[in-house]
Design a protein around this ligand. Structure first.
Ligand code: HEC
Length: 98
């Protein structure tokens, strides 16, 4: 899958540059549920990289939520609507800002 390897290359470049997104988790007692769900299940493939690329796919909040539903489904996570909302909100607040 071409796109997948593109994501991986970009991520490796970021890691090589020593850029990490640890600021949001500096206070571990205050990690929002959406963030921990995302970090536990979704960061294997793409950390923040996919969400900040110029030609990102999601163009509004409902599309972000659709992607969360799609990826949670692809991994058979069985997330509730509230969990999907939490992750979609987390991504929106940190990357998309719709
Ligand atoms: C198997 C690797 C993999 C996993 C696991 C994965 N993703 Fe993704 N994700 C991708 C790739 C690759 C794309 C880009 C797809 C494209 O461009 O068509 C993507 C795209 C997205 C997008 C859209 C980005 C945009 O362009 O706006 C969102 C949102 C997203 N993923 C959320 C999630 C969430 C939430 C999870 C965890 C439930 C998750 N992903 C798990 C590989 C993965």
């Amino acid at each position: 899958m071409v796109q997948s390897s593109a994501v991986r290359i970009t991520r490796r470049a970021l890691l090589a540059a020593g850029i990490f997104c640890n600021t949001a988790s500096a206070d571990i007692t205050a990690i929002p549920p959406g963030q921990s769900l995302y970090e536990n299940h979704c960061t294997d493939c793409h950390e923040s990289v996919v969400h900040v690329r110029n030609e990102r796919k999601a163009r509004d909040y409902p599309e972000v939520r659709d992607w969360v539903v799609r990826w949670a489904g692809a991994q058979e996570l069985d997330w509730t609507g509230a969990e999907v909302d939490a992750v979609a909100n987390y991504l929106n607040q940190n990357y998309y800002n719709f």
